[in-house]
Design a protein around this ligand. Sequence first.
Ligand code: FES
Length: 164
Amino acid sequence: MGMKQSTVPFTGTSEQKEALLKVIAEHKNDKDALMPIMQKAQEIYGYLPIEVQSIISDEMGIPLEKIYGIATFYSQFALNPKGKYKISVCLGTACYVKGAGDIFNKLQEVLKISDGECTPDRKFSLESCRCIGACGLAPVITINDDVYGKITADDVEKILAKYE
Ligand code: FES
C-alpha cells in the first residue's frame, strides 16, 4: 500500500514529541487507546502526518499501515496542515453546473496541490466543499472569510495574487 507523505515538510519540535510520548505513556499496553492517542497527536501537531503516525506506531507496537488506514479513513484526521489562507471551492450542484470543476482544476494546477493538501510554504490549503448556501453567486470559492462569486477559471490567478 502506498502511503502519502504530507505536501508540507515536517517541522515537529522536540517539545511536541515529548508531549506526544507522554500521552502514549499514559496509555501503554492499551490498544483501544489508539483513536484517542491519534486525536491527541493531531491536537499537538495540528495535523497527523506520517512522521507523527510513525512515532505512534513505534511506541505502541502497532503497524504503521493500520494507523495510516485509520488516519485516511476518518475525516476528522488530516494528513496535511491548513494553510495561512484556506481555499474552499464549492462543488455543490449549482456551482458545479456553472464551472466550479474548472476553477478547482485551475487552482490545483496553479498551486500544484490537490484536494485536502497544503502548499509546502503553508500559505495556501485547498479543499472542495458542498453547497455553502450562496448558490445565487455560483460558482463560489472562499478564502478564509473572503467570498468570491460568479468567477471563472481565468480569474483564479488574479484572486490568488491578492494574497501574495
Ligand atoms: S452549490 Fe455552491 S453555493 Fe450552493
